[in-house]
Design a protein around this ligand. Structure first.
Ligand code: WTA
Length: 650
């Protein structure tokens, strides 16, 4: 072991874990040497309608990228997440829901109830004409009905496209259009931290902005009871729709490679892309990682604090835990409402065994000292987890000490919307921990580090992180755009999937993710494309040109730093800066709100007119001594002006 602080496997996990050190080594070896055998065996954890005979049919070759797993088998994801558990667990809680308002009425949904609710909604969707292969857009609060809606789609073979409730009407309409959805499921309002978000109103606006899709039905859940406008030809209430339906809805037989869902995520260029995940591989991957990474045992309460609008919510609030017959927590609110002790009180209230959250939440609580855990018992916790961005060792130790009482391991899980589930992570019974490292690859995962010339690097080193072979949960394509899929992920390095992340590997073979090496920002663990923010900005009348980069931010990890060149007839002012921030917020959503706006008369461009972002990133990060070669700029003088402007803006 190298000299970094190491936290060895704890006694609790050493004796009792599902996977100990030796088992990890032997299972990992097997998964790499004989992936077909390994995954064929693991696939038995799902219930298949028709068993598969082929395990894997994959090519990463640039001229023929295809990824297929179990492609002659059939199954249904909802049946795997609900029906097959009924015999043993119909009375066991499947979902525990805690409302935004502390002390408000909570809900405990058993597997029996989940089965009834999902079946009725599935029949309701059918009654509106939804058929196998149709894309249904969900724009929902963090309430059980969001999970019902996902599973109802899966039950009848419809494809869900969940859009995070924090996205603007503009962003929502783009996603409805791209998916060609005719049906949208939403709620009157969402609640977060005592505030409300007008979801139905946003849907109305989004539908009117749609250029391609003709939305025929909007199903609205009555959640806060707010007055909302209602179009009798198009709208129906959720409770009225399901009220008239039978509780019996046979499941649709789906091919393993039929699409389960589409989820939009930001890339380094262009509009967000619709990431396509399929039924068999995705479900297997979320189930196996949920069991082994979290050492999950049925009966335990598992709490992943992500919103279902993100991949983490899909995989570890809904599909993974439910595929394993688990009890999953859903929390509608935020960590600091009504005060910063909320999360620890929820852990005590429901005896949560595993708490899986984002470094940005941990950092915001850490800033409050002991308050977030004051008076809390937290003895139900056995394991902690993080996801979404690199965790700084200081935040890791604080989480470990305050929430974990020094007893609970932290699994720092690296993965992406594209990977479907966790790919690099400790296993609590097998891996000694180093704060800040995602440690070792999961079964079947072959990471490698590459240099700029495309050569694989050996030993302790840093480079671009690629995956050399497929895993079942891998995305299959970008909706309507396989060429962009190939271009984005398989053209940087021949024959490998490029993650867009950089990483370091240490002497012990541990991976340390250093962050995105492309133009994707990671703001509070949420992905944001610089190109998206730029195109929102240039849509404003006053803006001639904009360049967006990330800057270090104590709580968010990365902040959004914007360089703006104004049109000739506009001049800089604090009001205009405020207006531009509001503008981006409205165009994309609150998560895209710029942190800093710097006025720039000129941007650093090469003689061919390309903006050199490297320089802008360094200036935004106060690293003036690391600007590198600026001699190739068309006008090297802009750099001094920008540095001066940065001192004013920051
Ligand atoms: C980053 C979230 C460091 C990474 C599941 C990745 C991480 C992007 C970690 C994907 C981690 C995620 N350590 N960085 N444990 N987990 N990331 O698609 O840059 O929202 O490429 O998926 O988050 O974000 P996405």
């Amino acid at each position: 072991m190298s000299d970094e602080a190491v936290y060895p496997v704890t006694d609790h996990f050493r004796n009792k874990a599902l996977v100990d050190r030796d088992t990890y080594e032997s299972m990992y070896q097997r998964s790499i040497e004989d992936p077909e055998g390994f995954w064929a065996e693991q696939a038995k954890r799902l219930d298949w309608i028709k068993p598969f005979s082929r395990v894997k049919d994959v090519s990463f070759a640039r001229n023929d990228v295809h990824i297929r797993w179990f492609d002659d088998g059939t199954l249904n994801a909802a049946a795997n997440c609900i029906d097959r558990h009924l015999e043993q667990r119909s009375g066991q809680p499947a979902i525990i829901w805690e409302p935004d308002e502390e002390g408000g009425e909570n809900r405990v949904i058993t597997y029996g109830e989940l089965h009834r609710e999902v079946s009725k909604l599935a029949n309701g969707l059918k009654s509106l004409g939804v058929r196998k292969g149709d894309i249904v857009t969900l724009y929902m609060p963090m309430v059980p009905e969001a999970a019902y809606a996902m599973l109802a789609c899966a039950r009848i073979g419809a494809i869900h496209s969940v859009v995070f409730g924090g996205f603007s009407p503009e962003a929502l309409s783009g996603r409805i259009d791209d998916g060609g959805s005719r049906v949208v499921i939403t709620s009157d309002e969402a609640k977060r931290g005592g505030k409300t978000v007008p979801l139905k109103q946003n849907v109305d606006e989004a539908v009117s902005l749609c250029r391609e899709s003709k939305v025929e039905s909007v199903i609205t859940l009555k959640h806060t009871g707010a007055d909302v406008s209602f179009d009798a030809n198009r709208d129906c209430w959720y409770h009225e729709l399901v009220g008239k339906q039978s509780e019996d809805c046979p499941v649709e037989e789906m091919n393993a490679e039929d699409t389960l869902f589409v989820l939009y995520t930001s890339g380094s260029t262009g509009k967000p892309k619709g990431v396509v995940h399929t039924t068999g591989g995705y479900l297997l991957h979320t189930a196996i990682t949920h069991e082994y990474v979290f050492d999950y045992r049925p009966g335990e309460v598992f709490w992943c604090s992500a919103d279902v609008g993100w991949i983490t919510g899909h995989s570890y609030v809904v599909y993974g835990p439910l595929a394993n017959g688990g009890t999953t927590m859903m929390f509608e609110g935020v960590p600091n409402y009504p005060d910063v002790g909320r999360l620890s009180r929820i852990i005590d209230k429901y005896k949560v065994a595993t708490f899986y959250t984002a470094p940005t939440a941990i950092r915001s609580l850490m800033a409050e000292g002991d308050k977030p855990v004051a008076g809390a018992d937290l003895s139900s916790l056995k394991l902690l987890g993080t996801v979404g961005e690199p965790i700084n060792p200081e935040a890791w130790r604080w989480f470990h000490q305050k929430f974990g009482k020094g007893q609970c391991p932290i699994v720092d899980t690296w993965w992406q919307t594209e990977t479907g589930g966790i790919l690099i992570s400790p296993l609590p019974g097998a891996t000694d921990l180093k704060p800040g490292s995602a440690t070792k690859p999961f079964f079947g995962v072959k990471p490698a580090l590459m240099d700029a010339e495309g050569n694989e690097l050996e030993g302790a080193t840093s480079g671009g992180l690629v995956l050399k072979d497929s895993w079942p949960g891998q995305m299959r394509t970008i909706l309507h755009n396989h060429d962009r899929f190939v271009e984005t992920y398989f053209s940087t390095y021949e024959g490998a999937y490029f993650t867009g992340d950089g990483a370091r590997r240490d002497e012990d073979g541990y991976y340390w993710i250093t962050g995105r090496v492309d133009d994707v920002l990671n703001v509070s663990g949420h992905r944001m494309g610089t190109a998206e923010v730029e195109s929102a900005l240039v849509a404003h009348d006053a803006v001639a040109e904009a360049a967006v980069v990330g800057c270090p931010h104590e709580i968010k990890g990365q902040g959004i730093y914007v360089y703006v060149t104004l049109n000739q007839d506009s001049s800089p002012s604090d009001e205009l800066a405020k207006e531009l921030k509001q503008w981006v917020r409205k165009e994309i959503g609150p998560i895209a709100t710029p942190d800093v706006i710097q006025w720039a008369d000129g941007l650093p461009k090469t003689r061919s007119g390309k903006i050199m972002r490297r320089i802008l990133r360094k200036i935004a990060s106060d690293e003036f001594d690391q600007l590198g070669d600026t001699s190739t700029l068309a006008d090297p003088n802009v750099v001094d002006d920008l540095i001066e402007g940065h001192r004013v803006a920051a």
